[in-house]
Write a protein that binds this ligand. Structure first.
Ligand SMILES: Nc1nc2c(ncn2[C@@H]2O[C@H](COP(=O)(O)OP(=O)(O)OP(=O)(O)O)[C@@H](O)[C@H]2O)c(=O)[nH]1
Ligand SMILES: [Mg+2]
Length: 1093
C-alpha cells in the first residue's frame, strides 16, 4: 500500500506539466493556515471536521499558543492527477524573510485578503515581493462570512466594498509596474507606447471576470469564482457561459433576459449581487432555521444529509474544488514558470545580462528553461530548517539521525537529484569563471547526497530521487550551508543566491544560559540557528557576551524557543538593546544669525535694564552700608567696565558665533569663563569618565566652537559643530551604497552623485554659507568616507575640496584615486579601551603613510607657515596630517558623547589649524607621534564642539498600524499615548465602521505592545509594527529650567521627567558607562557599635 503511494508520487513528481508549486501569502491573521487546513483535508491528511480549527501547518507549540504562523512549511497534496506543493507562509512582518524564501521556490501564489480588514500594509508588502519574483497569483477574498454575520452588510454594500479591495490591490500592482517601466525606460533610454503598457497592466490585474479572484470563507469551507456561477446560470438561462461571465462583475443589470449598463428600475442590484450574493446572504439569514436550510438544499438538488447552513454552503460551493480548479488552471506549471522567470531565478547565466559569460552556461540555461530532468543538476536551497528526529520517516533507508538536525529546503530547477549522487555545494561567494579550463574553487565544496525527503508539514518522508520542478529537503548539509546555497552536478555553475533583501535586525538582546556550564551547548545552538535563520544576526562581544539581533519581539521569542530546544538548556536574556543615534539639530545659519541679532538686541536691552537695576541696588546698598565715596566710584567703574566688555564682545559675534543663543541671555560672563576653565581641566582629568551630571555642567558651558591642542601643546585645531537638515542626513543614508562605491572603493561615475547631491541641497534650500563651504571646503563624509556626517576644512584650497575633485574627475575620468585605501580601517568602537587600541593602530597606519609620497600631497592645503615648518620637522606630510584629521573625525563619529552611540547629521568645520606659538619652548616631546596626538585632538574637538551645539538623541521608530472598531478606539489610543505613540492619521472605513490608525511608536517603548493592546481591547484590535527609520527626540536632554518663566513655559513635567535624558542614562548604564553621580540622600553619622557596650 505504502509502496503503491510512493510509486504514484514518483510518477506525479516526474510529470512536471501536472505539478503546481505555490505559496500562500497575506497579512497576518488573514486566514492562510485555515485555508491550507481546508485544502489538506481534501486529501484526508486531516479530517474535514477538524479542518479550520486544527491549523495543521502551525506545528510548533508557540505557533499554536500565539495563534500565528512563525515559519513557512510545505506540504504535498494530490488532486485529479495533479501534484500540488503548497507552502503556507507567516503573515507577521517580522517573518518577511520566510515569505521571500517561499516565493523563490514556488511558481504561483494565492494572495489572501481578509475582506473585513481589507487591503493592509503587509498585503502591499507581499504583493510587492510577489511582483519582484515574477510570480503569477490568484486573489482570494477570504472571510466573506464576516461581512454577513459581523458587519451585517447587505449584498449591495458588500459588492461595493469588495470592488474597492480589488481596486486597491490592482492599484498597488500598477504602481510596481510603472516603477519598473520607469526604471527600464531610464536605463535603456526608450519609452513604451500606451498600448503596450495597457496590455501589460491588463495581464497583471486581478478581475473576477478573468476568474482569478476567489470569494470564500475558509472557516465555513465554501468558495466560488464568477466562473462557478456563470456555469450554473448559463445552463439555466441557456446562454453562452463566456458571454454571461463578462457581465457577472461590474455595473451590469439584468431584466427580461437582457443585460444593460443602467439599472432598469430604481434600487436594482447589479448582476453579481442579484445572481450570486443574494443567494448566499439568503442561506446565512436562515442559518438558525434548519427546515428552511434543508428546503434550500432540496431546491439546489444537493444530495445527502444536511445538518446546518455550513454543510449546505460547503456542499453547494465546495471549497477545495473551487481552489484546486483555480490553482491548476490559473497558476503555471514549473516548465511555464521557469521559462518565464529564468532571468529572475538565475541572472548570472543569461548571455545578455552577464558580462563574464561562460559558454558552458548555455547548457544550464537551456536546461532550466525547459525544466529538464535529464539536464545538469541545479538545486537552489532557500533556507535551512531544523527538524526533530521524531518527525523524520527514514523507511529503513539509513540509520535514523540523532538530535535535531538541519535540512536544506530547496527546489530542483534542472536535472534530477539522486541518492549517492556526487555534487558541488556552491556558496554565494563563489566567483564567475570566464575561462573554460579554469575553475575557481572559492566557496565550492564537494558532497555526496545521502538523504532526500519530501515534506509533509513538519514531517519529512525519505525518498530516493527528485526530478526538476519539485520541492525537496536534503539532509547532511548542516556544516556546508550558511543560510542559502546552490547545489549542482557541475562545478562551474554560478551561485544562484538571490540578492535577498537583508532584513534589518531591529531588536538586539544579550543572551546567556541560566547555568554557566551550559554555555558551550547554547553557543552550538546559536551557531546552528544563525545558519538557518535568514534574518537573525549574531554578534560576539569581546567580553564573551552574545548579542542576538532580531526583526522584533515575536521573532526574538521564536529564536529563544529554538535555542532552548536545540541546546536543551534554559537561557535568559537581557533587556532589549535599543539602538540610538546622536545628532545636532539643524538650524538655518541665516535664520540663526537673525535670531541672534534679535537676541543680541534683546540682551542689550535686558542688560541695560539690569545694569540700571544693579546700579540702583548698588547705590542703595552703598547708602545702607555707608561705603565711602571713593570705593563707590571704584565699584561703579568696575561694573560699567564689566558690562561694556561683554557687549563689545558680543558685537564681535560673527567671528565667535555661538548657535546656542540661550547662552547669550546669561549674565555671569566671568562665572562662565571660570566654569569653562574648570570643565577644560575636568576634560583632561576625566577623559571617558563623564557622568550625565558632568556632561550637564559641560553642555551648559560649552560652545559649538572649540579649540583643542595636541598633547604636546603644539598644534591647535579649532572646530565648530553644526547640524545638518535631517532630510539631507536621510538622503546620505539612503545613498550609502552609491557613495560607498564612489568614495570608498573609488568605483563608478561621480556625475550622477554630484547632480543628485546638488539637487537635494537646492531642494532643501540649504543656507548659502553652508552650501558654499560644502562646495569649496568639504574634506570628506564620515564615518568611513560615506557616512551621514560632513567634515569641512576651511584650511584646504577650493580645488582640493571633495566636490571640486569629483567635478574634476568627471572631466578627467580616473585621473587619480580619491581616497587612499590604507586610510580605510573598520571601526567598531563600543568600549573606551578598544578606542585607545585603535588609536595606536591608526597611529601606525598614519605613520606608514608618511613616506608614501601621495599625488595629493603637493596640492593639498594652505596651512599656516609655522605649522608647515613644524610638520616638516616632524617628518609628517600634509597628506598624513589630513589622514590623521579624518581618522579623529571618524573616531568621534563612531561613539558620540551622549551615550557612545553613532553620530549622524553633524557637520564639523575646521575653522583653524595652527601652530601654537606659546608652547614652542617645551622640551623633548614625550607624547608619541604627532599624528596620533592630532587624531586625539581632532576627536576631542569634534566631541566637545558637538556637546556645545545642542546635541539630541535620535531614536528608532516603528510605523504602527492599528485596525479597531469604535468601541476599542479609545483604549487603543490610550495604549499608544502611554507609550509615547504619535498618531499620524486615522481613517474611518464607512463600509466596515473600522478605524485604521497610523502612528509612530518609539522602539524603546514598543516592548510588550502587542500583549498590552490585545489585553486592553480583549483581542479586538489588529496591530502591526513596521520599522520606520529614525526620528529626533526634540527634547533637550540637558534642559535645565533657569527661571520661573522656563518652568511656566515648559511645565514642571519637563523638569521632573526628561525622556531623552532617561534614555541616555539607561543606555549608559547598560554600556557600563558612568551614568549618575552618587548622591547621599541621608547621611547618618556612622555609629561605632563597640562604643555602645
Ligand atoms: N470568520 C472567519 N474567520 C476566519 C476565516 N478564516 C480564518 N479565520 C480565523 O482567522 C484567524 C486567523 O487564521 P489563520 O489561518 O491562523 O491566519 P493566518 O493568515 O495563517 O495567520 P498568520 O499565519 O499568523 O499570518 C483564526 O482565528 C481563524 O479561525 C474565515 O473565513 N472566516
Ligand atoms: Mg498561518
Amino acid at each position: 500500500m505504502e509502496d503503491q503511494k510512493s510509486i504514484m508520487l514518483q510518477k506525479l513528481q516526474s510529470n512536471a506539466i501536472n505539478i503546481r508549486n505555490l505559496s500562500i501569502i497575506a497579512h497576518v491573521d488573514h486566514g492562510k493556515t485555515t485555508l491550507t487546513d481546508q485544502l489538506i483535508s481534501a486529501n484526508n491528511i486531516i479530517s474535514k471536521r477538524l479542518a479550520g480549527n486544527l491549523r495543521y501547518m502551525d506545528s510548533r507549540e508557540d505557533e499554536q499558543r500565539r495563534g500565528i504562523t512563525m515559519k513557512s512549511s510545505s506540504i504535498q497534496i494530490i488532486h485529479n492527477n495533479h501534484l500540488i506543493n503548497l507552502i503556507d507562509t507567516p503573515g507577521h512582518v517580522e517573518f518577511s524573510s520566510e515569505v521571500q524564501a517561499a516565493l523563490r521556490l514556488t511558481d504561483g501564489a494565492l494572495v489572501l485578503v481578509d475582506v473585513l480588514e481589507g487591503f493592509s500594509s503587509q498585503t502591499f508588502n507581499v504583493l510587492k515581493q510577489m511582483y519582484e519574483e515574477g510570480i503569477k497569483g490568484v486573489l482570494v477574498l477570504n472571510k466573506v462570512d464576516r461581512l454577513i454575520l459581523e458587519k451585517q452588510m447587505d449584498p449591495d454594500q458588500a459588492f461595493i466594498y469588495m470592488s474597492q479591495i480589488i481596486e486597491q490591490v490592482n492599484a498597488a500592482l500598477s504602481s510596481f509596474l510603472n516603477e519598473q517601466i520607469h526604471q527600464v525606460e531610464e536605463q535603456k533610454e526608450f519609452s513604451l507606447d500606451d498600448e503596450t503598457i495597457k496590455n501589460l497592466e491588463t495581464n497583471l490585474y486581478f478581475c473576477p471576470t478573468k476568474d482569478n479572484v476567489v470569494f470564500c470563507s475558509s472557516i465555513d469551507a465554501w468558495a466560488f469564482t464568477v466562473g462557478t456561477f456563470s456555469a450554473i446560470f448559463a445552463k439555466k438561462l441557456k446562454c453562452n457561459q463566456q458571454a454571461l461571465q463578462k457581465f457577472l462583475w461590474g455595473n451590469y443589470y439584468f431584466q427580461n433576459k437582457k443585460v444593460s449598463t443602467n439599472p432598469i428600475k430604481e434600487g436594482q442590484s447589479v448582476l453579481f449581487v442579484d445572481f450570486i450574493l443574494k443567494n448566499i446572504w439568503n442561506i446565512y439569514n436562515y442559518k438558525d432555521n434548519i427546515q428552511k436550510i434543508q428546503s434550500i438544499a432540496t431546491q439546489l438538488q444537493l444530495n445527502g444529509q444536511i445538518a446546518n447552513y455550513k454543510q449546505l454552503m460547503s456542499k453547494w460551493l465546495p471549497f477545495d474544488l473551487c481552489l484546486f480548479d483555480r490553482i491548476i488552471k490559473e497558476l503555471p506549471n514549473p516548465i511555464e514558470a521557469q521559462r518565464a522567470r529564468k532571468d529572475i531565478i538565475c541572472k548570472r547565466i543569461n548571455r545578455q545580462i552577464t558580462k563574464n559569460y561562460d559558454a558552458r552556461y548555455d547548457e544550464l540555461y537551456q536546461s532550466i528553461q525547459n525544466c529538464d530532468p535529464n539536464g545538469p543538476l541545479v538545486v537552489f536551497v532557500a533556507k535551512m530548517i531544523s527538524v526533530p528526529p521524531e518527525c523524520i520517516d527514514e523507511k529503513q533507508l539509513n540509520p535514523k539521525p540523532q538530535g535535531i538536525l538541519s535540512y536544506a529546503f530547496a527546489r530542483v530547477f534542472s536535472g534530477t537529484l539522486h541518492l549517492n549522487q556526487p555534487v558541488f555545494v556552491i556558496g554565494p561567494k563563489s566567483k564567475i569563471i570566464n575561462n573554460v579550463n579554469q575553475v575557481d574553487q572559492t566557496d565550492i565544496q564537494q558532497f555526496e547526497i545521502k538523504r532526500i525527503y519530501h515534506m509533509m508539514a513538519q514531517y519529512l518522508e525519505a525518498i530516493k530521487m527528485m526530478p526538476a520542478g519539485n520541492l525537496v529537503a536534503i539532509g547532511g548539509l548542516d556544516e556546508l550551508i550558511f543560510k542559502t546555497s546552490t547545489i549542482s552536478s557541475v562545478n562551474y555553475c554560478p551561485s544562484f543566491a538571490p540578492t535577498f533583501v537583508k532584513f534589518k535586525s531591529i531588536v538586539k538582546t544579550m543572551i546567556m544560559p541560566t547555568q554557566q556550564e551550559d554555555q558551550p551547548k547554547v553557543l552550538q545552538a546559536i551557531k546552528k540557528l544563525y545558519k538557518c535563520d535568514p534574518s537573525l544576526d549574531v554578534q560576539a562581544l569581546d567580553s564573551g557576551e552574545i548579542v542576538l539581533g532580531t526583526c522584533g519581539e515575536v521573532h526574538l521569542q521564536r529564536c529563544i524557543t529554538d535555542i532552548e530546544k536545540l541546546s536543551e538548556c534554559k537561557v535568559k536574556i537581557s533587556e532589549p538593546i535599543v539602538p540610538f543615534k546622536e545628532t545636532i539639530i539643524y538650524k538655518n545659519m541665516l535664520e540663526e544669525s537673525n535670531e541672534k541679532f534679535h537676541k543680541k538686541k534683546a540682551k542689550v536691552l535686558v542688560q541695560g535694564e539690569q545694569k540700571q537695576k544693579k546700579q540702583q541696588q548698588f547705590e542703595q546698598k552703598s547708602k545702607d552700608d555707608d561705603i565711602d565715596v571713593e570705593k563707590q566710584k571704584y565699584f561703579k567703574q568696575k561694573l560699567q567696565e564689566g558690562e561694556d566688555t561683554e557687549i563689545i564682545k558680543d558685537t564681535n559675534i560673527l567671528e565667535h558665533e555661538d548657535i546656542r543663543y540661550n547662552q547669550l541671555l546669561k549674565e555671569e560672563v566671568k562665572f562662565k569663563y571660570d566654569q569653562k576653565q574648570q570643565v577644560k581641566k575636568m576634560d583632561h582629568k576625566n577623559k571617558g569618565k563623564q557622568t550625565v551630571k558632568n556632561l550637564l555642567v559641560e553642555v551648559q558651558n560649552k560652545s559649538n566652537l572649540v579649540e583643542e591642542l595636541t598633547a604636546n601643546q603644539k598644534i591647535a585645531v579649532k572646530v565648530r559643530a553644526i547640524g545638518l537638515p535631517f532630510e539631507l542626513t536621510t538622503w546620505i543614508e539612503n545613498n550609502q551604497k552609491q557613495m560607498r562605491k564612489l568614495l570608498y572603493e573609488n568605483k563608478g561615475d561621480p556625475k550622477i552623485f554630484l547632480e543628485e547631491f546638488d539637487l537635494i541641497r537646492k531642494t532643501l534650500k540649504i543656507d548659502k554659507k553652508l552650501n558654499e563651504l560644502i562646495e569649496n571646503h568639504l574634506q570628506c563624509f564620515g564615518p568611513k568616507k560615506f557616512g551621514p556626517n560632513l567634515l569641512i576644512n576651511k584650511m584646504i584650497k577650493s580645488e582640493d575640496s571633495l566636490i571640486q575633485k569629483l567635478k574634476q574627475q568627471t572631466l578627467n575620468q580616473n585621473q587619480f584615486p580619491l581616497i587612499q585605501q590604507q586610510q580605510i580601517i573598520q571601526l567598531d568602537f563600543q568600549q573606551e579601551v578598544e578606542e585607545q587600541n585603535q588609536i595606536s593602530q591608526i597611529e601606525n597606519k598614519v605613520e606608514s603613510t608618511k613616506d608614501s609620497k601621495s599625488q595629493l600631497s603637493d596640492t593639498t592645503g594652505s596651512i599656516a607657515k609655522g605649522l608647515e615648518l613644524y610638520l616638516s620637522q616632524q617628518d609628517l606630510s600634509q597628506d598624513a596630517m589630513n589622514n590623521a584629521i579624518n581618522l579623529g573625525f571618524d573616531l568621534a563619529l563612531n561613539a558620540g558623547p551622549l551615550c557612545a552611540e553613532p553620530i549622524i547629521g553633524a557637520c564639523f568645520i575646521i575653522e583653524q589649524l595652527k601652530f601654537s606659538e606659546e608652547e614652542q619652548q617645551s622640551q623633548q616631546d614625550t607624547y608619541g607621534p604627532i599624528s596620533g596626538q592630532l587624531i586625539s585632538a581632532m576627536k576631542d574637538a569634534c566631541i566637545n564642539s558637538f556637546l556645545g551645539a545642542q546635541p539630541r538623541l535620535v531614536e528608532s521608530v516603528y510605523k504602527c498600524t492599528l485596525q479597531t472598531d469604535f468601541m476599542n478606539y479609545g483604549k487603543s489610543i490610550d495604549v499608544l499615548n502611554q507609550r509615547r505613540g504619535n498618531v499620524l492619521n486615522e481613517v474611518l472605513n464607512s463600509c466596515t465602521s473600522l478605524f485604521t490608525v497610523q502612528a509612530r511608536l518609539p522602539l524603546s517603548s514598543s516592548f510588550d505592545f502587542y500583549c498590552q493592546i490585545q489585553s486592553a481591547t480583549s483581542g479586538h484590535v489588529s496591530a502591526q509594527l513596521d520599522f520606520d527609520g529614525w526620528s529626533i527626540i526634540q527634547e533637550d536632554p540637558f534642559y535645565q529650567p533657569y527661571t520661573d518663566d522656563d518652568i511656566e513655559e515648559n511645565g514642571i513635567q519637563k523638569v521632573e521627567r526628561n525622556i531623552a535624558r532617561d534614555l541616555i542614562m539607561a543606555t549608559r548604564k547598560r554600556k557600563g558607562m558612568n551614568f549618575e553621580e552618587k548622591i547621599i540622600v541621608a547621611a547618618d553619622k556612622q555609629r561605632n557599635l563597640s562604643r555602645k557596650k
